[in-house]
Design a protein around this ligand. Structure first.
Ligand code: ZN
Ligand code: ZN
Length: 234
């Protein structure tokens, strides 16, 4: 198994607190095999979630699954934020969510407040009470339609404004903002759902209940510009 990385947060948005990280077998299926991992994924309150994460960081190292990183040890990655982390586990609105850094990158290319990584030599790591704040999109309640686009705030059925992070290129199915093709990317509209969610549900590609596997969609499916849907490659 290729080692993967994970970051943990206690909520979304600008107040998200980084709870730690792991490097190793960081995927949800592996973590679910442990009491603390299952407790984390099934938590219904933020305290249980945060406590389970703390346990998991230790258990993860003890079980030789990889390395757990507590916040007191500082930010462990060579990258400045979770956009390059493989998995993001977070608690928001009464449940745990699993998203991938790749999707986050797709969702939100800009970060306002990346945490400072301590230099390799010299500086001491941040103190234990330092809160690493991330600019996480408030986009993660995948089960309920949102009346407005989380970025450009247009209503359902309305075309995203130019420069919206959420808008897809209708030719490629990928983020319009980062589309470099010399073509007309079309006028994607806000559907009330995050791009790709309904495709995951249709294809049955779910990490768990209410958790569309958007990463699988982007790696295994093909965009059909005629139907505006992702299709499984047969
Ligand atoms: Zn928009
Ligand atoms: Zn395009």
């Amino acid at each position: 198994m290729i080692p993967t990385t994970a970051d943990f947060y206690d909520e979304t948005g600008r107040c998200a607190r980084w709870l730690g990280a792991i490097h190793g077998n960081a995927d949800p299926e592996t973590l679910r095999a442990f009491d603390s991992g299952r407790l984390m994924l099934e938590a219904t309150d933020p305290t249980t979630f945060a406590d389970a994460v703390l346990d998991l960081l230790d258990v993860f190292t003890q079980q030789n699954l990889g390395q757990g990183h507590h916040p007191r040890d500082g930010w462990p990655w060579s990258w400045p934020d979770s956009r390059s982390t493989d998995w993001i586990y977070l608690f928001d609105r009464g449940r745990a969510w699993v998203i991938t850094g790749r999707i986050w990158s797709y969702a939100m290319p800009r970060v306002d407040h990346p945490p400072q990584r301590p230099a390799a030599t010299g500086h001491a790591p941040p103190g234990p009470d330092r809160k690493v704040r991330q600019h996480m999109p408030d986009l993660l309640d995948l089960s309920a339609p949102r009346p407005q686009c989380p970025d450009c705030e247009v209503a359902i059925g309305q075309p995203h404004v130019e420069g919206c992070d959420v808008a897809r290129c209708l030719r490629t199915g990928l983020q319009r903002l980062s589309c470099e093709h010399e073509h007309d990317c079309g006028k994607d509209t806000w559907s009330g759902r995050w791009p790709g969610e309904t495709d995951c549900e249709r294809l049955g590609w779910m990490i768990g209940p209410g958790l569309p596997d958007l990463n699988r969609l982007l790696t295994e499916a093909t965009w059909n510009p005629a139907t505006q849907q992702w299709d499984a490659v047969s």
